[in-house]
Design a protein around this ligand. Structure first.
Ligand SMILES: *Cc1c(COP(=O)(O)O)cnc(C)c1O
Length: 364
C-alpha cells in the first residue's frame, strides 16, 4: 500500500480529447486547452489571476524574480527541498526560522529576530495544506516592508472562512505534481493579485517575450503544454470526489488514533476547508513505546509505505547546513517534529479495509 496514488483521468476520455489536439496541430505555446485550464482553475480556486507552469518549482523561482527579491529570504526548514533551492538558485541567502508544532508552519514569534537590513522577503509554507498564521506574518511583513511568497504546493482548494488561502501574501505558488491532491502529471501555477503582475509572469514564463521581436526581461521557459492541460481539465472534474474520499480516510484514521497514547495528529481547523492532502502522525517514543523509525519500518514490513515528510530538515542538507540559521539550537521544534513524523497512506483509492490494516499496525 503506497502513501499516495495519482489521480488519473479516464483513458478513453483522454484519448478522445487528444484526437482533437492531434487534428489542431497546436500542441504548446498558450494553446486553447492551456487557456481553458487556466480559466477553469481560476474559477475552481476562486482566485482573480492564475498562471500555469510546467512544475511547482519554477513558479517559486519566478516569483522571487518577479518581485525583484534580493539579499536574504526568511524561510522554513520543514518543507520539501524545492522551497529553499528556489531561494538559492536566485543567488539569495536563505535564513531558517523554527516552526510552530501546532500547524508545522513558520512560527511568527521567530521571524522578527531573523530580520536583518538585507532581508527583503519571507517564504513560508502552508505545510500539509494547513494555513500558516497568515495574519501575523502579513503584519510583520508590512512593518518591515517585506514581500511574502507562500509556497502553497499542498494547498489545492484550501479555503479560510470561504476565501482561498492562495489570496494571501504577494504571490502563492502551487504544485500539480503526480503526488499532489490535484495533478497534471508534472505542473504548477502561480496566483497573483492584479492584471499587471499576471502579464509580467506570463512574459517571464515565456523567455520574456512581449511580442515576436521584443524581449522585455530575462525570462525562462516554464509553459505548460496542451497534452498536460487536457489531462488537467479532465482531472479537475474528478478532484472534488477525490478530496471527499480523502476526507473519509482521514476521519477513519482519527476515530481510532484518538485512543492511542503517544500519537499526535491534526484535527480540522475551524473555518478552514481542508483538502486532506497528507495525514501526518507524530510519534512520541516515550509515551508510544517505540520510536518513529521503528514504527516506520514495522509498517514497511507489512507492505505499508509511509513517508517521513519532512525528514531530514532542509537545513541539514549539505548545501545549507553551514548557514548559521541551520544550527539545531535555532530549530528545536522543527528538529523534534522531523524525528516524530510519519505521513500515513492517504488517497482517493484507499478503502476502509486498507485504512484498518494501517491502523492495526499503528495500534499494535
Ligand atoms: C511538491 C512540492 C514542491 C515542488 O513541486 P514540483 O511540482 O515537484 O516541482 C515545492 N514545495 C513543496 C512544499 C512541495 O511539496
Amino acid at each position: 500500500m503506497n502513501v499516495t496514488s495519482p489521480l488519473m483521468p479516464d483513458l478513453d476520455e483522454f484519448s478522445h480529447m487528444l484526437k482533437e489536439l492531434w487534428e489542431s496541430r497546436w500542441i504548446t505555446n498558450n494553446g486553447r486547452f492551456h487557456q481553458q485550464l487556466e480559466e477553469a482553475l481560476r474559477k475552481y480556486l476562486k482566485v482573480p489571476y492564475i498562471s500555469l507552469f510546467t512544475n511547482g518549482t519554477l513558479p517559486l523561482l519566478t516569483a522571487l524574480q518577479a518581485l525583484r527579491v534580493s539579499g536574504e529570504v526568511i524561510t522554513t526548514p520543514y518543507s520539501f527541498v524545492a522551497t529553499t533551492h528556489s531561494i538559492w538558485w536566485n543567488g539569495l541567502k536563505p535564513v531558517f526560522v523554527d516552526i510552530d508544532p501546532s500547524n508545522c508552519g513558520m512560527d511568527p514569534d521567530r521571524i522578527e529576530a531573523a530580520i536583518t537590513p538585507r532581508t527583503t522577503a519571507i517564504m513560508p509554507v502552508h505545510c500539509y495544506g494547513k494555513p500558516c498564521d497568515i495574519v501575523r506574518i502579513q503584519q510583520i511583513a508590512d512593518r518591515y516592508g517585506l514581500k511574502v511568497i507562500y509556497d502553497a504546493a499542498h494547498c489545492f482548494g484550501v479555503e479560510v472562512n470561504g476565501k482561498s488561502i492562495l489570496e494571501y501574501g504577494d504571490i502563492s505558488t502551487l504544485s500539480f505534481h503526480a503526488t499532489k491532491v490535484y495533478n497534471t502529471v508534472e505542473g504548477g501555477a502561480m496566483v497573483v493579485h492584479d492584471a499587471t503582475m499576471k502579464q509580467r509572469i506570463d512574459y517571464l514564463k515565456n523567455f520574456g517575450f512581449e511580442s515576436e521581436t521584443e524581449v522585455i526581461a530575462p525570462g525562462i521557459n516554464s509553459k505548460m503544454d496542451e497534452v498536460r492541460a487536457i489531462y488537467g481539465l479532465l482531472n479537475l472534474q474528478l478532484v472534488d470526489a477525490a478530496i471527499e474520499a480523502r476526507h473519509k480516510v482521514a476521519t477513519r484514521y482519527r476515530e481510532t488514533l484518538r485512543t492511542v497514547k503517544g500519537i499526535r495528529f491534526f484535527e480540522d481547523m475551524p473555518g478552514v476547508k481542508h483538502n486532506y492532502s497528507y495525514f501526518p502522525i507524530f510519534v512520541n517514543a516515550d509515551e508510544y513505546g517505540i520510536t518513529r523509525d521503528e514504527l516506520f519500518f514495522r509498517l514497511r514490513e507489512h507492505g505499508i509505505v509511509g513517508r517521513r515528510y519532512f525528514y531530514p530538515l532542509i537545513s541539514s542538507f549539505s548545501t545549507y547546513r553551514g548557514l548559521p540559521s541551520a544550527a539545531t539550537e535555532n530549530l528545536p521544534n522543527a528538529t523534534r517534529i522531523a524525528n516524530e513524523v510519519i505521513c500515513l497512506p492517504i488517497h482517493h483509492e484507499l478503502t476502509a479495509e486498507d485504512v484498518d490494516r494501517v491502523l492495526e499496525i499503528v495500534v499494535g
